[in-house]
Design a protein around this ligand. Sequence first.
Ligand code: BGC
Length: 746
Amino acid sequence: MSRTAFRSGLAVPALAALLTACGGGGNGVATAARPQAFERDATPSHESRLRAWHADLRAARLVARMTREEKLQMVRGWSICGVGFSPLGAGLSGPGFVPGIPRLGIPDLNMTDGGAGIGDCSSATAPFRPRAAPEATALPAPIALAATWDPELSYRYGRLLATEARAQGFGMVLGGSIGLLRDPRLGRAFEYMGEDPVLSGLMVIPKIRGAQDQHVVMSLKHLAANQQETARNTSNSVIDERTLRELYLLHFEMAVKEARPGSVMCSYNKVNGDWACENDRLLNKVLKGEWGFDGWVQSDWGATHSTIKAANAGLDEEQFLPTHFGAPLGQALVDGTVPQSRLDDMVRRKLRALMATGLFDDQPVVTPIDFAAGEALAQQVAARAAVLLKNSQGVLPFTRDTARIAVIGKHADRAMLSGGGSSAVLSPGGPAFVYPAQPGQSCPLQPGPGNWCEVWVRSSPLQAIQGQAPRASVAFADGSDIAAAAALAAHSDVVVLMAHQWATEGTDLPTLTLRDNQDDLISAVTAANPRTVVVLQAGNPVAMPWLDHAGAVIQNWYAGIRGAQALASLLFGDVNPSGKLPVTFPARLDDTPTGGADLADGDVVYAEKLGVGYRWYDMKGIEPLFPFGHGLSYSDFAYSDLRVSGDGREVSFRLTNRSGRAGAEIAQVYLSLPPPVGDAPKRLVGWKRVPLQAGETQRVTLRIDRDRLAYWDVARSGWTVPSGLFKVMVGASSRDIRLQDAIVRR
Ligand code: BGC
């Protein structure tokens, strides 16, 4: 798992032993199809432009006044979760802390995780220190946010993370996570934004911007090609140049150029032979050189492998132990193997980012968190994120006169599942339940660095459903007794079956099969009552051998602290489902790009090249269980009258809500490039989430950025828009294309 330095005990042996015992973890690309609010937010304000310009000058001046010791202080970690490594203190019990320099007015920098809410790294167990007020809003997981396809919600999500971080005293959120779902078993799938670089890029940009507009640094992570947790500290991702650029780097490129994150976190793995955190090509040439990244590169926790090589390759900060950037970096400067100018650059980059985001001049102040505001956003995201995968025979929505409702599933009377690792959140009142990730592991009633446990948040499907149907009899069975659950189902009008699949960083799922015999439970319950809605609490695609027998299926992700209320509002039709899958659900693991082979150590060769996600299924002509972009509604939308401008960059069509119920459709635009380019049959180039009243028609217009038409030309080492025939496809999913046109570019 991640905190390898703890394991190897290089720097702080006693602490290492202690923590090991705790089991610690483990060209201008732009955007298309932005909704109004995002478009407005995309333009940097006059104030922020001025601040950025001023930051360059101020940072350079400050660096000139610093001693070498002071500079060295700023490029390494000083504590973890309340355990300090020196008299300089331990900061605020976050995973990272860099003490300030009062003589120069440089403030402390306290970092917190923020995958699905402000992470709680503290623990009451010594030597860690509990945070003063560790509670935060447990939001739906980032993959759920991606399933909303709603950049404006993403902006608000980022803003909320920043607001709550500031309220706890933190100025930096390690929360801009992206990475493509190359293999559906990826343990961090729930923390990322799906399988498509354009969807991930366009969704993470507003999230970072939303946070940084609150004067908080948000890091973009994990660069790059960190596509499996199995052997994440040792494996080497081997990827050809075109695939790297068009897929595994593209979303990072978009985010760096458009959101200007203050920091980028390099990943644990190697990329084409060099560790990501000492990869000169990746950090110096591409990130800082080509993309113009002006913030600082921070290592993932324990991902630094050297002093001289890493420093000269562009790493600007080692986290979390000072194994390589502590005394050894001082020595390398004396020896001249790392030039002084490099240290100056590391410090200048950090100060510049703190100043450009506004954090330097506007330090966080501990204040009470507005949990009502957090919960309102959490519920809105959860309701927009849920994907209605199947709905047969009008099972959904339920009518309010339904007399007997069964709610079945582990903890469905009290709680909902969340994702693990550094993304676990301690919500008010603590978790409802926690379970060890490994046998023998201890799990105090809070997540923490040494106890990355399975956390269930307090959000009760049973109560929320009863709240929607006060006159109904709502009965509960936890599903541990399959016969009893089936008997209850048989005597109910409808059944809500809450299934669960926990995932965490540090490990991948062994298969897509639901754990704990849940397929047997679902088969028995759906056999007893076909009017069963299976609700999947999962961050990954799930195998569904029982699919034909289920009345309805909802992919509900990890839905957060108001997940149950959001779910109940969908079940009863107060909210019309509008989420769409940001990942393909395969029919079989064998069908996936990795063929279901064991995720292994050593060289991980991306032999499928451009064939990731829906691209793979299109290239191979494989029918997925549910395609990328799929998601049903209680409404029915018709597409007509496609018009494409001569250059292929303006696409418009008519969208009609043919139902008697208001709803929203996420209309997607795909492109196929001229055949000689050798691209996959289609690529997502834009989308629009269109709310429509019952019977309403709108003309929808999208502007496609020029870079969406380009491929990475290896010979030229640059993006090229080819000439020839481009096919434009508009539809409700990657496999439900409703309109097509073609243009020829010369
Ligand atoms: C994770 C990072 C996280 C860091 C600090 C690492 O294990 O990979 O995503 O930000 O820990 O908690």
